[in-house]
Design a protein around this ligand. Structure first.
Ligand code: TRP
Ligand code: ZN
Length: 883
């Protein structure tokens, strides 16, 4: 697409007026990568700040890239901006031109100074990309392609520059002025203005640029690095929120310490700032020395944050901090390499959280996320490899596949090498690529050379999409146990056939009589099919396979329920123990939903589950955090994955019926558990947290079996609560009940937390996520609530994402749930396309749903597709979902 405008009247160049008819979507391909023609070793930026008008003067020192293609044209990306002036080497030029959104500047020499002025309106920026206003403060979000909404620049991650930033503005509105690196100078200006100058000594790509200006207060602390550097730490929040920042600060300090010990990584500036912002598209952003966070991953105190919220704060603080090395010091060559920083950083944050708390519980939680979010992605129309080959809009590729499966792929290398040897690989990677924009291939090569592993075939994990299905067969003959494994990597869009992948499996074979095994082994299936022979078994052993979830695969193994009950009781790998319990339930529910069980089989299946469940409730050897984890039934979305065509209503009904049955069967144990947990006073220690987890866990089963007793206990738990975990748990249970206690709790909750945005988000989610028969009605009226706003992503998601993942609401037989999400996408797209596009995958699952609902879902996608001016974000997701 070459839409060339002449620079006759640059001031009048309004992009809206100049907008051409929607172009055919451009597909960016990984194989088309070319090094930049021009480099920008240095940039200085001068911001004159205003909420409605900010003037940006940028000066680029540009230099021909010897590795470039030699073109005389400097291409600077832009997006909805126009140049107010362009100078080359100090002289205004007229022969620049626009190519679509990009600015093209003709240059003749080897090196030049290019100066450009732009004017932006942060208050009108509802996309929250580039420079925008949030609650009267100004902040930036530049990843992936937001910098081009501020000024013209080669906005690609392989152009690294040293940034010097000056900003000035009214001191009353913006008392605090922050940017990357260190503050080098500041002072007062005229008419109540002030200014500050910041310099970041570390060359970085534009996506890591950040600026924040506003009325903020800091929780301040210090950290001394292993090399003796004194680092000042600040967590900046709006006045009044500082009392909820200590957990974030503790998490930051723990992250810094842990990265030194676990990966040998030390912080590299004298200052580390974190700013909490209430309007934010994602979780947080790792801008060099100035992380910007969604408030929900910073603010926590017992009164307003659940234990889950505390864990999320710790995890995200760690994640962004760890990016300082895996992302910033070593960055990505292009956006196809996103998993280079995200997959690795997710693995690092997972290991960190595991080290801070319970390793076993953390692993179970990570696998649950993978199965409920990434497996469906991998089996749907938006499936892509962890290193995609093409995209239309890169924002659509910040996915569970790139992040979570990306982490699993690196974890497999770590499992095969062993943690200590793996460390040699990461040391080599950091050492070799420090200061560079690297590729996934660079990473694998470093791990290969550092560890001595041969990863030639392993690279398939980077290029092939789809969750491998692993068929397992165990035959016992004489003294031998023969394990036959067969892998099938399913076809995905653009990848009809697949090569076999190396699948590392931790296995153990248990002797039935003693309940023991002779040591775990690591086997690697690297062919389509292979048989592994184990000797020395007089009788058939029970196999524990994929222990610790050593490979992100789906195991197809029709198991004798007795074996699963055996493993649920005896397996010494806590993940495998969890897995056995889950498999028991999954196998039963899938058969029940499929209608293949006789009444007797149905009863026997439930009896086996009941036995395992009651052992979980009463086993004194389990700690309560693990007990609470084992009590969670498999997610509906994971169950749906087990069917070629899922009937969400039947899955939901069977799952709920099992919950009620377990509640009835185990009522005495459940009420005893609830009573015991209620008596434990609030604390942040594992025992108290475990008590809170089983408290609400037990309550869910009690309420499913006996709604009146559930309501009675829930309202008592609510009234007695001195913390958000108990309060939210009680409201969650009550929200699904048709009981007077429901209204009492919801009304009190809203009133009590009036004005606390993060807690009011919970109030919306709890109702939109409920299993109440009139949930759709509730959602529609909440959408008109005065506290509801589409412009705030947290609030929009609190209502609509909760609805989209709630099978009762979303899959309502009327199709009204689909209409709700379809309407939302169409209304949100013009405001915030990135957030709108995140709702498309829910509808995009239609091919895997029973035909009546599938037709309704598809019709909704078609209604969206018919919109005349869809964003690139939503257009890509919708067209792929229909394709
Ligand atoms: N890099 C961020 C992370 O830590 C992701 C991110 C934050 C992001 N904000 C964004 C990605 C906006 C795209 C757009 O994972
Ligand atoms: Zn990240």
């Amino acid at each position: 697409m070459d839409i060339v405008s002449t620079p006759a009247e640059p001031q009048n160049l309004q992009v809206a007026d100049a907008a051409p008819p929607p172009p055919a979507p451009a597909v960016i391909k990984r194989e088309d990568y070319l090094p930049p023609a021009w480099l920008v070793p240095e940039i200085t930026l001068d911001f004159r700040l205003g909420l409605e008008e900010t003037r940006v003067a940028s000066v680029l020192q540009v230099r021909r890239n010897p590795a470039g293609n030699g073109t005389d044209t400097l291409r600077l990306n832009g997006d909805q901006i126009a140049p107010a002036s362009v100078k080359v080497d100090g002289v205004a030029i007229e022969d620049w031109r626009l190519d679509g959104p990009d600015l093209l500047v003709p240059l003749t020499g080897e090196a030049h100074e290019v100066a450009i002025e732009t004017i932006v309106n942060p208050a009108a920026n509802s996309q929250l990309m580039g420079l925008y206003a949030s609650n009267g403060m100004l902040c930036t979000q530049c990843e992936a392609e937001g910098f081009r909404r501020i000024t013209f620049f080669p906005d690609r991650p392989d152009v690294l520059s040293t940034y010097t930033v000056r900003m000035s503005g009214p001191k009353a509105a913006f008392p605090i002025l922050l940017a990357n690196g260190n503050c080098t100078a500041s002072g007062e200006g005229e008419d109540g203005t002030h200014w500050a100058e910041w310099h970041d000594p570390w060359p970085k790509p534009s996506y890591l640029f950040a600026l924040v200006a506003g009325d903020l207060v800091a929780n301040n602390a210090h950290f001394t690095t292993m090399g003796g550097r004194e680092v000042e730490l600040n967590i900046w929040v709006r006045p009044g929120d500082e009392g909820r920042t200590q957990h974030a600060m503790d998490s930051l300090i723990n992250s810094m310490k842990w990265d030194e010990e676990a990966f040998g990584r030390e912080y590299d500036l004298d200052l580390f700032n974190i700013v909490a912002v209430s309007d934010f598209n994602m979780g947080a952003m790792e801008n060099k020395g100035l992380n910007v966070f969604n408030t929900r991953y910073v603010l926590a105190d017992p009164e307003t944050a659940t234990d889950g919220d505390y864990d999320a704060v710790e995890g995200v603080i760690g994640h962004e901090y760890f990016h300082n090395w895996s992302g910033n010091r070593v960055t990505c060559r292009d956006w196809f390499q996103l998993s280079l920083k995200e997959g690795f950083t997710v693995l690092r944050d997972q290991l960190f959280s595991a080290a801070m708390g319970s390793e076993a519980v953390k692993r179970i939680e990570d696998v649950r996320i993978l199965r409920s979010a990434q497996f469906p992605e991998d089996s749907g129309p938006l499936a892509h490899p962890i290193r995609p080959d093409s995209y239309q809009e890169i924002s659509n590729f910040y996915t569970a596949t790139v992040y979570n499966k990306g982490a699993e792929v690196i974890r497999m290398m770590r499992t095969m090498a062993g943690p200590d040897v793996f460390r040699k690989g990461t040391d080599l990677y950091f050492d070799r690529h420090d200061g560079e924009a690297a590729t996934c291939e660079d990473f694998v090569t470093s791990i290969e050379e550092g560890t001595g592993l041969d990863l030639a075939q392993f690279r398939q994990w980077y290029s092939q999409a789809g969750t491998p299905q692993l068929e397992v067969e165990l035959v016992h003959e004489g003294t031998q146990a023969r394990l036959t494994l067969t892998q099938l990597v399913p076809p995905t869009p653009g990848q009809p056939t697949k090569a076999p992948m190396p699948i590392p499996l931790r296995v153990a074979l248990f002797d039935r009589a003693s309940g023991r095994h002779d040591g775990e082994q690591l086997i690697v299936l690297d062919k389509v099919s292979d048989t592994f022979v184990f000797d020395g078994f007089a009788s058939a052993p029970v196999i524990s396979i994929n222990r610790g979830f050593s490979a992100p695969v789906s195991i197809q193994f029709e198991r004798d329920p007795d074996d699963l009950v055996f493993l649920a009781a005896h397996d010494d790998d806590p993940f495998a123990r969890y897995e056995a319990t889950q498999s028991l339930v999954v196998q039963h529910l899938v058969a029940a939903v499929g209608g293949s069980l006789s009444d007797a089989q149905h009863r026997a299946g439930r009896a086996a589950i009941g036995e395992a469940f009651s052992a979980v409730l009463t086993d004194p050897a389990l700690d309560d955090l693990m007990r609470g984890e084992l009590m969670i039934l498999p997610a509906g979305s994971y169950l749906a994955e087990q069917f070629a065509l899922a009937d969400p209503a039947r899955i939901q009904d069977e799952r709920e019926a099992l919950k009620a049955w377990l509640g009835t069967e185990c009522m005495a144990a459940l009420t005893a558990l609830h009573d015991r947990a209620v008596a434990v006073p609030y604390g942040r220690d594992a025992a108290a947290r475990g008590a809170r987890k089983i408290k609400t866990g037990a309550l869910t089963f009690i309420a499913a079996a006996d709604p009146a007793e559930g309501a009675r206990r829930a309202i008592a738990q609510y009234r007695a609560a001195d913390n958000m975990t108990d309060r939210q748990g009680a409201v969650m249970v009550l929200a699904s009940l048709d009981a007077p206690e429901r209204e009492e709790a919801l009304a009190d909750f809203r009133q009590r937390y009036e004005g606390n945005a993060l807690v009011i988000d919970k109030w919306f989610s709890l109702q939109a996520g409920s299993l109440h028969p009139r949930v759709l009605e509730h959602i529609r009226s909440l959408a008109n609530h005065p506290d509801f706003a589409l412009t705030n992503p947290n609030r929009a998601r609190s209502l609509y994402m909760a609805a989209a993942v709630n099978p009762v609401a979303f899959h309502d037989a009327s199709g009204e749930g689909y209409r709700l999400i379809g309407d939302l996408i169409r209304r949100l797209d013009p405001i915030n396309p990135q957030t709108a596009a995140r709702f498309v995958p829910a509808l995009g699952r239609w091919r895997r749903i029973e035909p009546v609902r599938a037709a309704l879902m598809r019709a909704e996608l078609e209604r969206i597709a018919a919109e005349p001016s869809l964003s690139r974000d939503v257009r890509e997701q919708v067209s792929k979902s229909l394709g």
